[in-house]
Design a protein. Structure first.
Length: 677
C-alpha cells in the first residue's frame, strides 16, 4: 500500500491583483502543509487570474507572473504544488500549470484544448499546445521542460488535464493512463452555470474509473473579473470512487479539500483490465524528479455516496454530498457574486430603486442573502474585516447596522403608483433591514412634461404620446438614485431581467440605470418562481423571507400608465412563459420564426393560433429593434447558457434586416395552416 494524501484548493482570485492572489496561494499551501498534504492542485491561471483578457498579450504581465512564481516556489518545500500561469514562448502565449516539487520548478504542463464557446475566448489569447510535443523554455538562465508532460516524482507519476482538456472527446487523460500516470490533476477556471457541478463531478468520477487513476479537480471561487462566477468546486476521485467533495460558493478566499489515495490500488486495477494497453515506446513526455514522499498515516479515504438529486431524501447526507437545487444555486451564486463585486470595486454597498415589483425585490433580497450568508460563514468580525474601506467600519457593531449601511432601497412614486406596490416596497425593505426612502417624483414628471408641451406647443396625451409619457417617468427615477449612490459611495444596481432584455421592454437610462445588472441573465418566469420559493422555503441555512408575499401576490406591472388602464407586463408583451420559449428557440437554438411558431403551437395548445402568431412576430421584431439596448446594459452575471450579453455570449448586429423575409414566410405558413382547418 502506498497511501498518499492529496489536496484540491479553490481560490478567490482577481485579475492582476498580484499581492492578494499570492497571499491566497500561500495560504492554500500553508493549509495543505498543516494537513500533511503531499500533492496540492491549485486552479487554472491562479497567479495572474483567469480573466485578464487582452492583457494576456502584455509582455509585462508574463514577466510579472513569472516573478510571482519565483516568490511562491520557496513556499513549496516538502510538498508538490501545481500552480497556473500564462507563459510566453516563441511569440505564443500558453496556458500552463507549473509543477513545483519540494521548492523547485519541475516544468510547465501546457493546455491542449482551448475553451472557445459561450463566454470563453481563450483562442484569442492563447495557443493550444499540440499533443505529444515537448519543448524547453529558458527562465532566468535555467532551462525547464514545457508542453505535453507528466512528472515522475520518485515513481509516482502526475499528469494534467487543464479544464477544457477534460471536456473534449479525445481527453488527454487516456494517453496519460497508457503512460502509467497515477494522479491526474485538473486545475480549472470553469464558470458556474445551473447544474454544471454535477457534470464536472461525473467527468471526474468517470475519468478516474476509465483511466484507473486518482483524479483531482479544483476550480476558482467567486466573482473573479465581474461577469463570470466560479463555484469553488473541489472533487477527488480514485478508481471510479468519489473520495471527497468540497462545499460550493464559500465567502472564504481559500478552501481546501483532501483525501488519502492508494497508488498501488489504481495500478492493480489497470493490471486487471484486459483492454488496458500500456505505452511501451520511449516516452518523451516523462519528466523525472526526486521527491521523498511521506506516506500518509491516515487510512485511505472511504468512498462517498454519489450526491443525491434535488427532491431526494437528504436527511442523512451532509451538504457537500447533496446537489443544490436550482433555487439554491441562484441564491448562493448571485449573493457571492454581489459580495465580491462590492468588495473588489470598493463600493460602500448598493442602492436599489425598489418598485415593489418582482425584479427589484429579487435584487434587494439577494443583497440581504449576501450579508446574511457572509456573516454566517465568516462571523460578523470576519465580514467586517473583508470591508475595511467602509466609512467608520469599526463603529458598525451589528449585522442590523451593517445592513443599513450596505443596502439602500428607494421607492419613487408618481400619480400612477399604487398603494399595493408602495406597501410591498416598504414591507420588504423593513423585513430585509434596509435603509428605506420614499420619494415623490410626480412634480419632476410634470415639470418635464410642461417644458416639452411649451416647446412643441401642444398638450401631451396618452392617446398620442403613450410611449413618451411612460418613459419620462422611468427616466426621472434615475437621477435621484444615482445621486444617492454618489453620496454613499455605493453601487446603483439595475433591475432588468433577461426576458425584458430580449424584447427591449425597459427604458434606457431609466430602469436600466446602474453599474451592474445582477439579474439580467435570468428570465422573468423563473424569477417569479424563485421569489415564491424564497417567500416560503429559503435555503437550508438562510430562512425564507415571508414579506415577499406582498410582491408575489401582484401581477407584474410597470405602473407607468394611469391606474384605470390596468397595465400589466404580459398585456404589453405576451405571457412570460410564451416569451421564454420563443427566446430559447430563436436565440439559443437559432430557429427560424416559422420553426419557433411550430414549437409554440405544440407547447401552448390552449392559446389560439392567431395569438401565437402575433406573439412570435412581436418577439422577432422587438428582438431586432432593440439590440442597441442590449449593447448598453450594465454588466450582468453569467448563470446559464441562455445569456444575452453581447460582449460575452450572444452577438447580434445592431442594424439588421429584422427577419422581414423570415416573418413573411411565417405569415404564409400560418395562412396555409388556417385554410386547412
Amino acid at each position: 500500500m502506498k497511501p498518499v494524501k492529496i489536496g484540491a484548493a479553490s481560490l478567490n482570485q482577481t485579475p492582476m491583483a498580484w499581492e492578494s492572489n499570492r497571499k491566497n496561494i500561500a495560504e492554500a499551501i500553508a493549509q495543505a502543509k498543516a494537513e500533511k498534504v503531499q500533492v496540492l492542485c491549485l486552479p487554472e491561471l491562479c497567479i495572474s487570474g483567469y480573466g485578464c483578457e487582452d492583457m494576456f498579450h502584455s509582455a509585462g504581465l508574463h514577466e510579472k507572473a513569472l516573478s510571482e512564481l519565483f516568490e511562491i516556489t520557496p513556499l513549496c518545500e516538502g510538498i508538490i504544488v501545481a500552480v497556473g500561469l500564462p507563459v510566453a514562448l516563441q511569440n505564443g502565449v500558453f496556458n500552463t500549470s507549473c509543477l513545483i516539487v519540494n521548492g523547485h520548478i519541475a516544468g510547465f504542463a501546457a493546455k491542449q484544448f482551448l475553451a472557445g464557446d459561450g463566454i470563453h475566448y481563450e483562442s484569442r489569447w492563447f495557443k493550444p499546445w499540440p499533443a505529444g510535443v515537448r519543448s524547453e523554455i529558458e527562465i532566468r538562465g535555467k532551462s525547464y521542460p514545457i508542453g505535453d508532460l507528466f512528472f515522475d516524482c520518485s515513481g509516482i507519476k502526475i499528469g494534467f488535464e487543464i479544464c477544457e482538456d477534460a471536456w473534449v472527446g479525445n481527453r488527454s487523460g487516456n494517453r496519460l493512463a497508457q503512460m502509467g500516470v497515477d494522479i491526474i490533476l485538473n486545475p480549472s477556471a470553469s464558470h458556474f452555470a445551473f447544474g454544471k457541478h454535477e457534470i464536472r463531478m461525473r467527468y471526474a468520477l468517470e475519468g478516474s474509473r476509465a483511466f484507473n487513476t486518482s483524479y483531482v479537480f479544483c476550480n476558482l471561487l467567486g466573482n473573479e473579473a465581474g461577469r463570470a462566477i466560479y463555484d469553488g468546486g473541489r472533487i477527488i476521485a480514485s478508481g471510479g470512487h468519489l473520495l471527497a467533495v468540497g462545499s460550493l460558493f464559500s465567502f472564504q478566499d481559500v478552501q481546501l479539500t483532501t483525501a488519502v489515495i492508494d497508488v498501488q490500488l489504481t495500478r492493480l486495477n489497470q493490471m486487471r483490465i484486459i483492454s488496458f494497453q500500456p505505452e511501451l515506446k520511449e516516452i518523451k513526455q516523462r519528466v523525472p524528479i526526486e521527491f521523498s514522499f511521506t506516506f500518509a498515516s491516515e487510512p485511505v479515504s472511504r468512498p462517498l455516496q454519489f450526491p443525491l438529486r434535488a427532491g431526494a431524501d437528504t436527511t442523512t447526507i451532509t451538504a457537500p454530498q447533496r446537489f443544490h437545487t436550482k433555487e439554491e444555486e441562484f441564491a448562493y451564486s448571485t449573493s457571492l457574486a454581489l459580495f465580491d463585486y462590492m468588495r473588489k470595486s470598493s463600493s460602500r454597498g448598493f442602492v436599489v430603486s425598489l418598485s415593489g415589483g418582482a425584479d427589484s425585490s429579487a435584487v434587494a433580497s439577494l443583497i440581504h442573502l449576501m450579508i446574511e450568508g457572509a456573516a454566517k460563514e465568516l462571523g460578523f468580525n470576519g465580514l467586517r474585516e473583508k470591508l475595511p474601506y467602509l466609512r467608520n467600519s469599526m463603529k458598525i457593531n451589528s449585522i442590523a447596522a451593517l445592513k443599513k449601511e450596505l443596502l439602500l432601497c428607494v421607492y419613487q412614486a408618481t400619480c400612477n403608483s399604487s398603494e399595493k406596490t408602495r406597501n410591498a416596497a416598504r414591507k420588504l425593505a423593513e423585513a430585509l433591514g434596509a435603509t428605506f426612502y420614499e420619494l415623490s417624483i410626480e412634480d419632476l414628471v410634470q415639470g418635464y412634461t410642461k417644458i416639452i408641451e411649451q416647446s412643441i406647443e401642444r398638450k401631451l396625451t396618452w392617446e398620442q404620446d403613450d410611449l413618451a409619457l411612460q418613459n419620462i417617468q422611468a427616466r426621472v427615477r434615475a437621477p435621484g438614485v444615482w445621486m444617492l449612490a454618489n453620496i454613499r459611495g455605493a453601487l446603483l444596481l439595475s433591475t432588468s431581467n433577461r426576458s425584458e432584455a430580449a424584447v427591449g421592454y425597459a427604458t434606457m437610462d431609466g430602469d436600466t440605470s446602474g453599474g451592474l445588472s445582477p439579474i439580467a441573465g435570468i428570465d422573468k418566469k423563473y424569477l417569479r418562481e424563485w421569489l415564491l420559493w424564497m417567500e416560503k422555503t429559503g435555503t437550508p441555512d438562510l430562512p425564507a423571507i415571508p414579506a415577499l408575499k406582498y410582491v408575489n401576490e401582484q401581477q407584474p406591472t410597470a405602473e407607468l400608465r394611469p391606474a384605470d388602464n390596468k397595465q400589466t407586463d404580459e398585456d404589453d408583451l405576451m405571457p412570460y412563459a410564451v416569451l421564454d420559449v420563443i427566446e430559447r428557440a430563436a436565440i439559443r437554438d437559432k430557429q427560424r420564426p416559422v420553426d419557433a411558431y411550430k414549437i409554440l403551437c405544440e407547447r401552448f395548445p390552449d392559446y389560439s393560433c392567431d395569438e401565437l402568431l402575433k406573439w412570435t412576430q412581436r418577439f422577432f421584431r422587438l428582438w431586432s429593434r432593440n439590440q442597441w439596448k442590449r449593447e448598453r446594459y450594465a454588466p450582468s452575471f453569467h448563470l446559464d447558457d441562455e445569456n444575452l450579453d453581447p460582449k460575452t455570449w450572444c452577438r447580434f448586429p445592431i442594424l439588421s434586416g429584422g427577419f422581414e423575409d423570415e416573418l413573411k414566410e411565417l405569415q404564409d405558413f400560418a395562412d396555409r395552416k388556417k385554410q386547412k382547418k
